[in-house]
Design a protein around this ligand. Structure first.
Ligand code: ACO
Length: 436
């Protein structure tokens, strides 16, 4: 971290001694005020629920400028990565800091491909779930269960263990998500086929059966690969912070990633694409495009509790650059599959149009987020809505691992332990039952 010449001075209106706080500069982005000695020197904590003004770490992985609508992985703009690289190149970049050259690329692809199968025993573990279990409930269980199968990669303090855990997780996530799907559909699992691409292999494991093979459509393969690239990392969001916090206790990488999967499930985070499609289906069932105006009135009414799912973002107060790329992919896929006139997709485009012009959304800088379009693409491809968040988890796994490994390798890393402002009862005595 580069110290700034400027210092912040914290002073108090009751005359207590003021305190100088160091300021650090990042490569780009806002400076940070270092408050690590605040409690020791003043006996006070900071208060920042939701972490609106708090940097929890320093990181070299991902940079977001929410006002400009900019996203960089290791310095490279997402727009360039989405066009020039595939998902495994992006994984290499996030994990190791730079894009691979030809031999590094071949080696990395081969290493990931060698680990796509999961221990055969995982099938029996999966059988314990109800057939109608939510795929994210299954994924939380399956990812955590990996630590019971791969004992040689559970020591988070051992760099070799971290490396092999990273490769295993990236390689096995598509297999696990496809198994969760096949289980719910009552179909036999399909083993990975390692001469296919990462995205192509996933699609085949999803849609082939032992009696009928699946021919990978290159437009759809590329679309899925793009979904994976765009969701690969997003700096210190809720699930990534969960992974860091969980991993900070020294737990094994599979357990830490399982915590990330659990956090991602929520509708304000990774569950948004599922929530968005459910919303579209509900509007469709209640009258479709003709009822969009009425629905929008509800969204704008604060008492209704209705939100336009797939719109808005905590960080982006401009068009999410991932949404722009996904919008392009969305149109390509709908054209390829001849679905431009599908009523649900027409409804989505109508909602997008209204929201982009409506004062309520314009004034609050609420733009469609990546999940709005990725949900539409996934539905068009034939992926069940309930599986959307699991696919997000598949893609984000590399980001979680890169962030976790960065934290563990940081000499300043400590177990994460936020403090609180206690506003409960002051100390009091337990009264006998008859007097309570
Ligand atoms: N629909 C209607 N109004 C909205 C929406 C929305 N989707 N999002 C925000 N607003 C309104 C809020 O009511 C608030 O209005 P006010 O100023 O009149 O009170 C204003 O816009 C600012 O919103 P905040 O809640 O302060 O924004 P915040 O940054 O806390 O929330 C969030 C961001 C959670 C993503 C929110 O926009 C939301 O719930 N969106 C829908 C869910 C969604 O799509 N989530 C995906 C996030 S992207 C991802 O995880 C990959």
């Amino acid at each position: 971290m580069t110290p700034s010449d400027v210092k912040a001075t914290l002073s108090f209106s009751d005359g207590s001694a003021s305190m100088d706080l160091p300021i650090y500069k990042g490569t780009i982005g806002p400076d940070v005020i270092d408050i690590r000695k605040l409690y020791a020197q003043t006996g006070k904590f900071t208060y920042d629920p939701g972490f609106l003004s708090t940097s929890s770490c320093n990181s070299t992985i991902t940079y977001i400028d929410g006002d400009k609508g900019e996203l960089l992985y290791r310095g490279y703009p997402i727009e360039q990565l989405a066009v020039n690289c595939d998902y495994l190149d992006t994984c290499y970049l996030l994990l190791y800091g730079d894009l691979p050259n030809e031999s590094q690329r071949q080696d990395f692809h081969a290493r990931v491909t060698n680990h796509t199968m999961v221990n055969e025993q995982m099938q029996f573990f999966l059988r314990g779930f109800r057939r109608d279990a939510h795929p994210m409930a299954i994924m939380t269980g399956l990812v955590g269960a990996l630590s019971a199968f791969y004992h040689d990669s559970t020591d988070i303090n051992n760099p070799q263990h971290r490396e092999i855990a990273a490769i295993r997780l990236i390689a096995k996530m598509p297999t696990l998500v496809a198994m969760a799907y096949k289980y719910s559909a009552g179909q036999p699992y399909m083993y990975p086929k390692n001469d296919l691409s990462y995205a192509g292999n996933f699609m085949r494991m999803m849609f082939a059966t032992p009696c009928e093979d699946y021919k990978v459509n290159p437009v759809i393969e590329r679309a899925l690969d793009r979904i994976f690239i765009l969701h690969a990392d997003h700096e210190q969001n809720a699930s990534t912070s969960t992974v860091r916090l969980c991993g900070s206790s020294g737990t094994n990488p599979f357990a830490a990633i399982a915590a990330g999967v659990a956090c991602l499930w929520g509708p304000a985070h990774g569950g948004a694409n599922e929530a968005c499609l459910n919303m579209l289906e509900e509007i469709q069932a209640n009258g479709g495009v003709a009822k969009v105006g009425e629905f929008m009135e509800k969204v704008k009414d604060k008492n209704s509790g209705v939100k336009l799912m797939g719109f808005g973002h905590r960080v982006y107060k401009n068009y999410d650059p991932r949404a722009k790329l996904m919008r392009e992919t969305c149109h390509e896929v709908l054209n390829e599959l001849g679905l431009q006139n599908d009523p649900l997709f027409k409804l989505a485009m109508e909602l997008e149009k209204i929201a982009l012009e409506d004062d309520y959304f314009v004034a609050r800088k609420l733009y469609p987020n990546v999940d709005f379009y990725s949900g539409i693409v996934q539905r068009a491809i034939g992926i069940p809505v309930q599986l959307f968040t699991a696919i997000f988890a598949l893609a984000r796994t590399v980001g979680w691992i890169a962030q976790l490994n960065e934290m563990i390798a940081d000499p300043e890393y400590k177990i994460g332990r936020p403090r609180q402002l206690y506003v409960g009862a002051a100390q009091r005595d337990v009264k006998p039952l008859s007097e309570r």
